[in-house]
Design a protein around this ligand. Structure first.
Ligand code: PLP
Length: 369
């Protein structure tokens, strides 16, 4: 049997490059707490992502949780259930109530025509997701947020390096959260960041990732510990040197999938949106069971039998999780529910070979034949 192909494979620098990057840590013995590597990566990322300010974190989830806390939100937050567990959990763990808005069937981001109907006097923010690297309708979200005086925090975990109308994606909204998890386009092993506009918010955020410590003898926030350490930052510095090349390789894989699958009845392939500079982070396909010969689950199982691991991203929806049993009505997000049963995210990483892409597509097309 062929070697197992997983849905993603972490990008890594050469062993020697990483060793050179961490060698100075043996001189300084400064391993964490915003050291030299941390500061260096922060400066480089601010520039690469073209954002006004950025703060690094131990992971993307803590970045989101603490960004919500630093924003001082209350009551209800409008979000979508078509996302990774982290988005919804970060809201709930802050003692806030998620209010689930449906997605649009075009690009699977929040359906902006349904947001205003969910706003009431307890609503304090909108937390949309740039899902699969697709950019939300940021203009309409900004208009609504202004009109009702709501904060906007984007879950931009999938949009590392994405630009919209020539601006870094993290320039939109009050803050955006990135994930640098091993499985993402850019990784620091585990890691994350928040980009933001307001300096006062930035100070709050900085304090909250370090126990709420303001000064040597002053602790004035109930913070957590979510600092990125020097080994993570060093990995980031190395990976950032190669990121443009990596994204270019992803583009080749993405385009090969498009060539193979775009004219197949019953399979909807992703597309690059207008005015968007993409990162080719995911390749989700959506099956139409009347037109295609097999269901999503049959294709998933067939790939698995051939040692190829795809993912049902995003199934199940977060508003159907067991931990929320009976709390939310999934009937209020029918499009998200429908797509979650038909979507399959195919393997996509820079080292995936073109022959493997062709083979994956062949297996998909031959399911049930
Ligand atoms: C990966 C991811 C996160 C969480 O990031 P971690 O770095 O794994 O904590 C949050 N939201 C979305 C949509 C993600 O895909």
């Amino acid at each position: 049997m062929r070697e197992k192909i997983l849905v993603t494979r972490s990008s890594m620098p050469s062993f020697e490059e990483y060793i050179d990057e961490i060698r100075p840590l043996w001189d300084t013995h400064w391993l964490t707490n915003m050291g030299v590597k941390h500061q260096e990566l922060e400066t480089q990322l601010k520039d690469y992502l073209s954002v006004p300010n950025i703060s690094l974190f131990s992971n993307g989830h803590m970045a989101l949780e603490l960004a919500i806390q630093a924003m001082g939100l209350k009551g209800e937050v409008i979000t979508t259930p078509f996302t990774f567990a982290s988005t919804t959990h970060a809201i709930v763990r802050n003692g806030l109530e998620p209010v689930f808005c449906d997605i649009n069937s075009e690009d699977c981001t929040i359906d902006v025509t349904k947001i205003e109907g969910l706003i009431n006097d307890r609503t304090s923010a909108i937390i949309p997701v740039h899902v699969y690297g697709n950019v939300c309708n940021v203009e309409e979200i900004e208009r609504i947020a202004k009109k009702y005086e709501l904060k906007v925090i984007y879950d931009a975990a999938h949009t590392f390096g994405v630009k919209y109308k020539g601006r870094g994606i993290g320039c939109y909204g009050d803050a955006s959260i990135y994930s640098f998890h091993a499985t993402k386009v850019f990784n620091t092993i585990e890691g994350g960041a928040v980009s933001f506009k307001d300096e006062e918010f930035g100070l709050n955020l900085y304090r909250l990732k370090n126990f709420g410590i303001r000064g040597p003898e002053v602790v004035d926030g109930v913070g957590a510990n979510a600092k990125m350490n020097e080994f993570q930052a060093a990995m980031g510095i190395c990976n950032l040197r190669h990121i443009d090349k990596e994204i270019e390789k992803r583009r080749k894989v993405y385009e090969r999938y498009i060539d193979n699958l775009s004219n197949i009845d019953g399979i909807k392939v992703p597309f690059v949106q207008n005015d968007v500079f993409p990162n080719f982070s995911y390749f989700p396909i959506i099956f139409d069971n009347k037109a295609f010969c097999a269901t999503r689950n049959e294709v998933y199982n067939n790939l698995l039998e051939n040692n190829i691991v795809s993912r049902k991203y995003f199934y199940p929806l977060t508003n159907t999780f067991e931990c929320f049993h009976g709390k939310y009505d999934v009937g209020l997000t029918p499009i998200a529910l429908n797509i979650s049963k038909r979507v399959l995210t195919l393997p996509l990483f820079s080292e995936l070979r073109i022959e493997d892409v062709d083979n994956i597509c062949k297996i998909i097309l031959n399911t049930n034949k």
